[in-house]
Every structure is written in structure tokens, then in C-alpha cells.
Ligand binder design. Structure first.
Ligand SMILES: Cc1cc2nc3c(=O)[nH]c(=O)nc-3n(C[C@H](O)[C@H](O)[C@H](O)COP(=O)(O)O)c2cc1C
Length: 472
């Protein structure tokens, strides 16, 4: 599962330069996301419950802590089919290059990693579910990333989330279980030290402020919650899902490993309407395992710039991923938009039929990939109301959701013989202006594009790991 979620997908080479890519994408290929596995005794791995750090370079688990068996059992009760994956993020890995905007990119990357884990778990028949009961503090304590003595020179890791991987029924950690596991970790035998990336650091105090303001206190189970607060795991109101015709001969593992970001599109190729509709359908709730991983209902909608889709007029469209958001989004947008239903099978609405190529590229920091593909899009989050419902830490979750949407589209594009690219670089305010959005009711959080790639033939590609090289 780890290999097909977070492992290396390839080694690229150009002249003397050689660099690796991973199954999960990352802004600038900087990979701020780290993963820790907390699991019971596993035949072939260890006799005791333990915490491991996943090292993607060697596809290896590095032992960090051995737990006391009883303490672990108290935590997970009878469920021997459950392991936990904790994700953290090292802001500095993005901040040295991107400055303040790095906080967002780290959260996008986490969303991509969450989706990558749920796809890889589904490959082997397991389910992956984000665990809302875990606070950042509990994550830091049980993953060992809160142990300052092991991070003396190293850049700090910011806690993100815990995903439960279960092979049988769904699993949800209670706050009591979390407490037991934290206690087990505090009594465990720890080993190892984190390594340092840079000797010099620039302080981006804004990033630290945002991180502090959005610390997750963990969500407590519904029994202990006031009746007025939102339920722990939300039930979505269904929007239509189109079951796209799939090529059953596709090898899911191969698709996961071949996923890449396009650096350029050909500016000519088209896709047909059904393939386009199938891609959009895949981001609707209930269409794949990645959506069962999230505990909240969709808060992110798509503003689409359609350029080259056969039988779909070029223009600006909106895909509403949660039926209940239709009225508020419509009210928030420019009054002159058409809101014409564009497909009877999908919650897709035409706002303005016009050539949006130049506009799409301009809004995405003049990047040609936003105008030269089949379509590109902005992910519009139902922002203010979501933070009111779930509190400031949900700011992070909104970005995670956009990352899950992005990872889904990356894989859909590969499956269709095309390619996609995440676009973190875009101008927020002009996007809001285009749609007519004011204030913070809705906010554009991530852009994305899909098209026919132009490959750089100067690069050579090798397998992620030498033992997978068919020539060895
Ligand atoms: C959150 C995020 C933002 C990104 N933003 C851009 C972007 O603005 N422009 C671009 O060309 N690529 C962008 N990318 C693509 C990355 O550069 C790419 O994922 C990385 O180089 C790794 O390559 P791979 O996706 O082929 O594994 C983005 C990727 C992610 C995950």
C-alpha cells in the first residue's frame, strides 16, 4: 500500500542531473509530507506494536518506537485488522522556495497524499478513513514528531492527520482510544533522530501564525458533543453520479505509477463529451474510495474553463459537488451568469459561453498549461460557512479536499491517455472578481488543468526502485 501511495514512481535524468518523482505529487517536487505507521505486531515485520517512519527513498520503514503490547491493545481494543498512518508536513521544504504561500502548498500536498493512500488501500481491498478524533497534539506525541530531543537540528514537522487503514469493517478512533495510544507512545522505547535539510533558515512568521491559528484540537464523538454542533462524520446529499464506461483492461497499479504532471500541452487535442463527463463524475462524492476517506461532505466546487471538449461549447462552467450549495453559490456569483444546465447527468452549469483560453492562462500566473489543454479549473471552497461549522482548523481540511479532487483528476487523466497538472500558482482575487465573489463566503483555493501533454524527449526515465528494473 505504501509503495503505491507514497513511494517513488520514477527516476528522471537529463545530462548529469538525476531526480526522483513520487506516486503522490508535490508543488515544486519538494515533498513536505512525511508519513508514520502505527501498527500492532505484523508477521514478517515485528513482534511488537511499533511506530515507523516511512522513508520513500528506499521504500523502507524506519523503526521509531516499540510500544508495550498491553498499552497498544488498550488503545485499539479488539481490532487487530487496523493500522494507523499519521501524516505531517515540513513547511520549510516549501517555504524556502515559495515563501508565505508555502503553507497552502503543504496542505494541497497533504490532500494529494490522503487520496493516494485511499487509492492504494483500495487496491488491496482495504479502506482508509481520516480520523477526526486525533488532535495535532496527539499526532505529535504518538508519531514522535513532538519529541524535540529527536529534532535538534532538523526542521520541525507540523502535525496533519491520522488515517485508519482497516481490512474489515470501517473503523473510527474514539477520543478515549486516542488518549490510550498517546499514553502507550509516552511509555514506549524511542530511537532515531530526524535529519536536517538546511543549515540556514528564513523565518516566515506568517506561516507559523497560520499554523498556530489552525491547530486542530480534534473532534470529540457525537455522544459527548452539544446537540447543536455538526456531526462527526457527515452524510452527503447525493448529486448524480455518472458511471463512466471504464476500460477494464487498465492496470490500476500501472496508472498509479505512471501519473505525472504535464509541463506543456499541445494546444490542439480534444476529448469527447463522455470522457469529460466521466472525469467530472469521478470528483463527485461516492464515486470512489477517496471520498469515503473524508469525514465531511463536499465543500469544494469547480469553476471550469472549457477549451477543447467535443460537443461542449467553450466557456465558463460550474460543477456543484454538493446540492445544498447551489443556491448560496448562485447568489454569491455575478447576476448576469446564465446558469443553464449543461448536462442532464451531472450538476454542471454553463455560466458564460465564450473563449476563456486567454483568461484561464492569465488567472493561473500566465501559465500556458491552463489554456492549452482540454479544460482547466479553479476549486471554489464554501469557505466562511465551513469554518463557522468546524472551526479554524478546517481551513486545512478545505485544502486537503482540493488535493483529493486534484489527485482524482490526475489519475482520471492518465486513465484517459491524457495528463494533468496541479496549479498552485494563480491570482486569487482576480478569480473571485471574475465570478463576482465578494468577502470570504467562497474562496478559490487551487487550480488544475487537463490536456494532451507534449513530452520532453531529452529526459530519460528509470523505475522508482532498482529492484523493479526489468533489465536487472
Ligand atoms: C499543490 C501543487 C501545486 C502545483 N503547482 C504547479 C504550478 O503552478 N505549475 C506547474 O507547472 N506545476 C505545478 N505543480 C506540479 C508539480 O510541479 C509536480 O507535481 C512536481 O514537479 C512533481 O512531478 P510529478 O507530479 O510529475 O510527480 C503543482 C503540484 C502540486 C501538487
Amino acid at each position: 500500500m505504501l509503495r503505491h501511495a507514497l513511494g517513488l514512481s520514477a527516476w528522471k535524468q537529463f545530462g548529469q542531473s538525476r531526480w526522483s518523482l513520487r506516486v503522490n505529487p508535490s508543488s515544486g517536487n519538494l515533498h513536505p509530507t512525511e508519513a508514520y505507521v502505527l501498527c500492532g505486531p505484523l508477521p514478517g515485520l515485528a513482534d511488537h506494536p511499533a511506530v515507523y517512519h516511512y522513508a520513500a527513498d528506499g521504500h523502507a520503514l524506519e523503526l521509531r518506537c516499540v510500544f508495550d503490547d498491553d498499552a497498544w491493545r488498550k488503545g485499539l481494543g479488539e481490532r487487530t485488522d487496523v493500522a494507523l498512518v499519521a501524516l505531517t508536513s515540513i513547511h520549510w521544504r516549501e517555504a524556502w522556495k515559495y515563501g508565505e504561500r508555502a503553507f497552502r502548498y503543504c496542505q494541497h500536498d497533504l490532500g494529494h497524499a490522503i487520496a493516494a493512500i485511499s487509492f492504494a488501500a483500495a487496491l488491496v481491498g482495504w479502506r482508509a478513513q481520516l480520523q477526526p478524533a486525533w488532535s495535532h497534539r496527539a499526532i505529535a506525541e504518538s508519531s514522535g514528531t513532538g519529541r524535540e530531543q529527536d529534532f535538534v537540528e532538523a526542521e520541525p514537522e507540523d502535525p496533519a492527520c491520522v488515517i485508519a487503514i482497516s481490512s474489515e469493517e470501517a473503523f473510527e478512533c474514539s477520543t478515549e482510544m486516542v488518549g490510550q495510544l498517546v499514553q502507550a507512545a509516552s511509555g514506549g522505547q524511542w530511537s532515531g533522530h530526524a535529519s536536517q535539510l538546511s543549515e540556514d533558515h528564513v523565518t516566515w512568521s506568517f506561516i507559523d501564525e497560520v499554523a498556530r491559528a489552525t491547530v486542530d484540537p480534534g473532534r470529540i464523538e457525537s455522544k459527548a458533543r452539544p446537540a447543536t454542533s455538526a456531526p462527526l462524520r457527515e452524510e452527503p446529499s447525493p448529486v448524480g453520479i455518472l458511471k463512466a464506461a471504464r476500460d477494464r483492461a487498465l492496470d490500476a497499479r500501472a496508472i498509479l505509477l505512471q501519473r505525472r504532471s504535464a509541463v506543456a500541452f499541445d494546444g490542439r487535442s480534444t476529448i469527447d463529451r463522455d470522457t469529460f463527463a466521466g472525469m467530472l463524475s469521478s470528483v463527485l462524492h461516492g464515486s470512489g474510495p477517496q471520498w469515503n476517506c473524508l469525514w465531511w461532505t463536499p465543500r469544494v466546487h469547480l469553476a471550469l474553463f472549457v477549451h477543447r471538449v467535443i460537443d461542449v461549447p467553450p466557456g465558463l462552467y460550474v460543477l456543484i459537488r454538493e446540492a445544498g450549495a447551489m443556491n448560496s453559490l448562485r447568489r454569491a456569483c455575478r447576476p448576469e451568469f446564465l446558469w443553464e444546465q449543461a448536462d442532464e447527468r451531472l450538476p454542471l452549469w454553463l455560466l458564460a459561453p465564450t473563449d476563456v483560453r486567454a483568461l484561464a492562462a492569465r488567472l493561473s500566473c500566465d501559465q500556458g498549461i491552463a489554456s492549452d489543454g482540454f479544460f482547466s479549473l479553479g476549486m471554489i471552497a464554501d469557505f466562511e460557512a465551513s469554518l463557522r461549522t468546524f472551526g479554524p482548523s478546517f481551513y486545512r481540511h478545505l485544502f486537503w479536499e482540493t488535493g483529493v479532487v486534484g489527485q482524482t483528476l490526475y489519475l482520471e487523466a492518465e486513465a484517459a491517455g491524457a495528463r494533468a497538472t496541479g496549479i498552485g500558482c494563480f491570482y486569487d482575487d482576480p478569480v473571485h472578481e471574475l465570478l463576482g465573489l465578494r468577502g470570504h463566503t467562497f474562496q478559490s483555493l487551487y487550480h488544475f488543468t487537463v490536456g494532451q501533454p507534449v513530452d520532453d524527449t531529452r529526459l530519460t526515465t528509470g523505475p522508482g526502485y532498482s529492484w523493479e528494473d526489468p533489465q536487472d
